[in-house]
Design a protein around this ligand. Structure first.
Ligand SMILES: [Zn+2]
Length: 445
């Protein structure tokens, strides 16, 4: 949300009329029902105004897909943009009608079934207790609030495998290739944590029953970081019917930002190609005061640093022969697979192999593969996947889950859509990635 606008918290008390599509701006349209909340918009800029200008002015522009950047704005913000000559057309509503789940009342779910950070933690503990031979649970570090003694959370990671001696060690001596699934680093991208939750359940309940999954657990370490930004998820879930659009962590040390605009973008905070020019403290892509300034980044990067061998040369050198493992970081939205590099339009040294593997996964979830800043139309320095590929050579991908809008799209898809379409679409791609992790640069399965 634009930082000069009324904070979202102030708006949530207003009844939001959930409308369907209202395509195209038209001065002749009858007055819409009162709807002070945010919606998704496509936009066309007048000559002399760039997307970067609007981002600098605090507008929330999200790059779901290269050709279709999406504006998330309130009607007041839309009026301001129209005054500047921007042509703005509503493409969809941020919020979908909610069918409340009984677990919502207990605080373990929100928005009809999505799990809160506490819900994930209960789940992680429960599956670890129920499947001790398959699951090892790690506390890999603290959230920003926990590091500051303000409550907060541990960042949790699970290693799922049929454990034998040496498996799931916090070093790179393990013999089984690793797939790491990393979710909800951007708190408002709520389908991503839920995919991790279902993935965990699928793996632990299928061992010994499903031959393919049994074989995967016998031969792979399947690591999951279900919630990389739990403080942010607390904010998102604080309004269970109309989740808050919090993207970043809650580091408000460089204060003065309204609700949902504070924090550091953890996906611009890695120690690879970190770039101070990514934004001001209230911007959605604020990279922090320095690379790895945030405890959440330290936790995730610290884990990956331990479990993957450091065999790659410099930025422009290809991955070492025999590199194993795959890293998937889940985001929303755009129905895309993005392969490194994100920080530059220059092709990654392993571009052809990264695209080939990406296309195999894309054939299963229906997503096209784009590479790098050149491929997606914007540059993103300091991302988690660039860091892991750039320093370790592990094939690393961003999945942009879900369409740009509609009841199954955007940041907050209806939970029924999650169960009926979003999760079923990703499941085969994740299983494929687990298989391919054995020789991701070799002959692909
Ligand atoms: Zn994201």
């Amino acid at each position: 949300m634009r930082r000069l606008a009324v904070s979202l918290a102030g708006l949530t008390a207003v009844a939001i009329a959930v409308s369907g599509f209202a395509p195209g701006p038209s001065a002749a349209e009858p007055p819409a029902p009162v709807d002070a909340g945010p919606s998704y918009y496509s936009f066309k800029l007048p000559v002399g105004v760039t997307v970067a200008d609007l981002v600098r002015d605090g507008y929330d522009i999200t790059h779901g897909h290269a050709s279709r950047p999406t504006l998330v704005a309130t009607p007041a913000e839309v009026d301001q943009l129209r005054d500047r000559g921007v042509v703005v057309g509503k493409t969809g509503s941020v919020y979908q009608p909610v069918v409340r789940a009984t677990s919502d009342a207990a605080g373990t779910t929100y928005y009809g079934g999505y799990h809160t950070a506490a819900g994930h933690e209960q789940h992680n503990a429960a599956v670890t207790a129920a499947h001790p031979a398959l699951v090892k649970l790690y506390d890999i570090g603290d959230s920003w609030k926990k590091a500051k003694g303000q409550g907060g959370h541990d960042i949790q990671a699970l290693c799922i495998t049929k454990r034998t001696t040496g498996d799931c060690a916090l070093d790179s001596t393990g013999q089984k290739p690793k797939l790491v699934l990393h979710s909800q680093i951007h708190a408002r991208e709520i389908a991503t944590g839920e995919i991790a939750y279902r993935w965990i359940d699928l793996l632990v309940t299928s061992y010994g029953k499903d031959p393919e999954i049994t074989s995967l657990l016998d031969t792979r370490e399947l690591w999951v970081i279900p919630i990389a930004n739990p403080d942010g998820v607390d904010v998102v879930a604080s309004n269970p019917d109309e989740p808050v659009l919090q993207r970043k962590n809650l580091d408000n040390a460089r204060g003065g930002c309204p609700v949902s605009d504070a924090g550091v973008d953890l996906n611009r905070n890695s120690s690879f190609q970190w770039n101070v020019r990514e934004g001001e403290p209230c911007d959605e892509t604020y990279p922090g005061t320095m690379a790895m300034s945030e405890p959440e980044t330290v936790a995730v990067q610290g884990l990956l640093d331990k479990i993957f061998r450091d065999t790659k040369g410099g930025v422009t050198e290809p991955a070492a022969a025999g590199t194993t493992g795959i890293f998937l970081t889940l985001h929303s939205f755009g129905n895309d697979i993005l392969a490194p590099y994100a920080y530059t339009g220059t092709a990654a040294p392993d571009r052809a192999a990264l695209v080939a593997l990406g296309k195999k996964m894309g054939a299963l979830n229906g997503y096209p593969v784009s590479t790098g800043g050149g491929g997606v139309g914007y540059l993103a320095p300091g991302t988690t996947d660039d860091w892991l590929y750039g320093t370790r050579g592990v094939p690393s991908y961003t999945f942009e889950i879900g369409p740009d809008s509609g009841s199954c799209g955007g940041f907050f898809p209806a939970y029924s859509c999650f169960s009926n379409t979003l999760w079923p679409a990703q499941k085969p791609a994740l299983l494929y990635a687990a298989r391919a992790a054995g020789a991701p640069y070799g002959k692909l399965p």
